[in-house]
Design a protein around this ligand. Structure first.
Ligand SMILES: NC(=O)c1ccc[n+]([C@@H]2O[C@H](COP(=O)([O-])OP(=O)(O)OC[C@H]3O[C@@H](n4cnc5c(N)ncnc54)[C@H](O)[C@@H]3O)[C@@H](O)[C@H]2O)c1
Length: 314
């Protein structure tokens, strides 16, 4: 029988960010359904209070699931997230990130879902920023198939929802780090370095380390998702810290969070790597009330504490 209470569907809810988002909706008293194929997600991240359905967004009967679970909101985090893999196999990347997203939108329109929140990427869509920080009106110049697919996903969602009551929110995340992360995401280097430093191993910095990124704590990304739904905010919104941090400085902070003075070793620069990335987050403050963000040293020490606990469990 269909549940009476409306549900939130979190696709990719066994992943790093999606599992935190699912937990936060549960804590806010929502009924949560998770659709995830566990390709990179982990069953151990699933809350026992969420209803979990194992399935692939490329082929699953999404409309059937939305009806059966009485879903009114979809928070779409399922994706192929590996930028390098998107270069090696752009067809697969587009099948998951473009076609999968279109399937979600079509099912949502068929069933009458009221809002889709899409996990997009400010880090991958803007390319090297032309001014200081990229705001939502900055030109889009994705340099990887992953970035192209995220932008296409946004465009399809807004295009398909146009003229319908479906509200679409594209949250363009900066480089997200925090507990439960692994080495693959856009801030994967934090996870890779923390694991190595806590195991007493050496870390590598590619190139001169002056390449910069905007690092945002996963808890703040979660707050953005909840606010987008509770305030019914549509459109494109950057979610970042608005602070540019270069890789050399990031390493110092990660090493401090891990309590080690160990210096990094230097390797060759990665060809084609984006030089700079920082988001203008004025809009997220205004429309989502996203203020008081976690500062990088604090977020990194919370993340290091989680990695320490993890390694003591293993
Ligand atoms: N991590 C970042 O820094 C970052 C930055 C910008 C945007 N994003 C976006 O946020 C979302 C979550 O990223 P994450 O870092 O938590 O990655 P993740 O790999 O941990 O999470 C993705 C989840 O989607 C699931 N999945 C993958 N393909 C699927 C499919 N075909 N059908 C069903 N489920 C599938 C995976 O099993 C995994 O649980 C993604 O859409 C990603 O593009 C992440």
């Amino acid at each position: 029988m269909m549940p009476e209470a409306r549900s939130v569907l979190v696709t990719g809810g066994a992943g790093f960010i999606g599992s935190h988002v699912a937990d936060a909706f549960l804590a806010a008293g929502k009924r949560v359904v998770i659709l995830d194929d566990l390709s990179t997600g982990l069953a151990s991240r699933l809350s026992g209070r969420a209803r979990f359905v194992e399935g692939d967004i490329r082929e699953f009967d999404i409309a059937g699931l939305l009806r059966a679970e009485n879903v009114d909101t979809i928070v779409h985090h399922a994706a192929q997230i590996d930028v390098r893999k998107s270069v090696e196999d752009p067809v697969f990347d587009a099948e998951v990130n473009v076609l999968g997203t279109i399937r979600i939108a079509k099912a949502a329109l068929e069933v009458g879902v009221t809002q889709i929140v899409f996990a997009s990427s400010g880090g991958a869509i803007y390319g090297d920023p032309e001014g200081f920080a990229a705001d939502e009106s900055h030109a889009t110049n994705p340099v990887s198939p992953y970035g192209v697919a995220k932008l296409a996903g946004e465009k399809y969602l807004f295009g398909l929802a146009h003229g319908t009551p479906l509200l679409v929110t594209a949250l363009r995340y900066a480089n997200v780090y925090g507990p439960r992360q692994d080495g693959r995401g856009e801030a994967g280097v934090v996870g890779i370095w923390m694991k190595k430093l806590l195991a007493g191993e050496e870390c590598l910095i590619n190139g001169d380390g002056t390449q910069s990124r905007d690092f945002v704590f996963v808890g703040d990304v979660v707050r953005a998702n909840l606010a987008a739904v509770s305030r019914r905010v549509g459109g494109v919104v950057n979610i970042g810290n608005g602070v540019e941090t270069n890789v050399n400085r990031l390493y110092e902070l990660v090493a401090a969070a891990c309590g080690t003075p160990r210096p990094a070793v230097r390797g060759p620069a990665k060809p084609g790597e984006q030089k700079r990335s920082v988001l203008d987050v004025t809009k997220s403050r205004a429309v989502l009330g996203l203020t008081g963000l976690v500062a990088l040293p604090d977020g990194l020490s919370r993340t290091a504490a989680w990695f320490r606990e993890e390694s003591s469990r293993a």
